[in-house]
Design a binder for this molecule. Structure first.
Ligand code: ZN
Length: 390
């Protein structure tokens, strides 16, 4: 990580460029004057900040705003030409997990142009994923590809160190091999961190200075954003909160430790407990399915509450460690919607009620969208040094 106390002019340009992209996604097309006001810099500085983005064809000047908005501007003279993302630049995003690979071609305005999912079918999972990506992306004219991997990643080498649920990925040179195959830059990072970039630029995190983006489901992980920067340990370490120990006398985890958060707050736990409670379709159980049944089936209500209490346990630990206050919960619990939010809030209240402000949890139902958009953001962060913690 770079030392924030010795920010250079280039770092400041990069930080402002990242803020500028967030402002455009939050507020829509903006004139240079509007951007200067929002960033608290001069118009000349805005010109310097945007120049590399123009050079790369990422930003374009739109036609002057229509008469109605010009009247609002109240000034005669040259009408302002708002800046917006070019729809000519295409970005690749891929999310590799124990279930398979989800690929998308995206535009900088956040639109998904097309997407596909491929399960892990071949015995050699790495070859299978590379072939699926190759088939999908070939001939698209991409600026590059951002890859989110649901496991430990060496971000500098572009290597997946390990995905516990899919051991075939251990040591996979995904970045270099995909780059060589398609002839474009490829950047690889830890899945929940990529999801956090998606939230930060395109989603619920656009308005927030600091937040935690939590993924729940078969596994658990977080991406953390502090004052607009995505936190990243050396060579991409960190964020493996599924393996924080929450029960020293608990069950053994796939990672070898005892009582990891993941052993009590993921779908495998939920489904085992649903079976034990005698619930129908236990092995298909999800948070949303429990919410739907909870009003009429007391055992479903009890299990829903235990599941979310276990999720809240880790959120409370994270809050005590980081105090970031806002939690965007994706994946299985995100699909639990408003009811899941309510129960999490009640459980957190019980755990943290001596604090002045309780953390606020938002359930995000997005079907990997934040991750795929975040993958595009990851690529741009690398290409334009937008994320100074990289
Ligand atoms: Zn573990």
């Amino acid at each position: 990580m770079s030392d924030a106390s010795v920010l250079t002019a280039a770092d400041l340009g990069a930080a402002n460029r990242s803020r500028l992209i967030r402002i455009l996604h939050r507020d829509g097309p903006q004139s240079r004057a509007q951007l200067a006001a929002a960033l608290g810099v001069s118009r000349a500085t805005v010109t310097t900040i945007v120049q590399p983005l123009f050079d790369a064809g990422l930003l374009v000047e739109q036609e002057p705003a229509d008469r109605a908005s010009r009247r609002g501007g109240g000034r005669a003279g040259k009408p302002a030409r708002p800046l917006w993302f070019s729809d000519a630049v295409l970005l690749g995003g891929a999310y590799i997990s124990g279930d398979g690979v989800h690929c998308a071609v995206l535009r900088m305005d956040g639109e998904v142009v097309r997407e596909t999912r491929a399960p892990l079918e071949r015995e050699d999972v790495v070859d299978g994923v590379l072939a699926a990506c190759g088939d999908f992306f070939a001939g698209t004219g991409l600026m590059g590809i951002g890859v989110a991997a649901a496991g430990m990643v060496d971000t500098e080498a572009g290597v997946i160190l390990e995905i516990y649920r899919a051991p075939g990925f251990t040591g996979a040179q995904i970045g270099p091999r995909l780059g060589e195959m398609l002839g474009v830059p490829v950047v690889v990072d830890h899945h929940p961190r990529v999801q956090a970039i998606g939230d930060l630029w395109f989603g619920e995190g656009r308005e927030l200075a600091s937040f935690v983006s939590l993924h729940t489901g078969e596994v658990l992980g977080v991406g953390m954003v502090h004052h607009g920067r995505v936190l990243r340990g050396d060579r991409g370490a960190g964020g493996e909160v599924g393996h924080m120990v929450v029960d020293a006398d608990g069950e053994r985890c796939v990672c070898g430790r005892i009582g990891c958060w993941e052993t009590v707050a993921t779908l495998p736990w939920l489904r085992r407990e649903a079976e034990r409670a005698g619930l129908d379709d236990a092995w298909e159980m999800t948070c949303a399915a429990l919410v739907a049944r909870a009003e009429t089936v007391p055992a479903a209500e009890r299990l829903l509450r235990r599941y979310l209490r276990n999720i809240a346990q880790g959120i409370a630990d994270l809050e005590q460690l980081l105090g970031l206050q806002r939690y965007l919960v994706h994946g299985d619990v995100g699909l639990g919607g408003r009811r899941a939010e309510q129960i999490l809030a009640e459980e957190l209240d019980g755990m943290l009620n001596r604090r002045r402000t309780l953390p606020l949890v938002t359930a995000v139902a997005d079907d990997d969208r934040s991750t795929l958009l975040g993958a595009a953001g990851l690529l741009l962060s690398a290409a334009f040094s937008l994320d100074v913690d990289r």
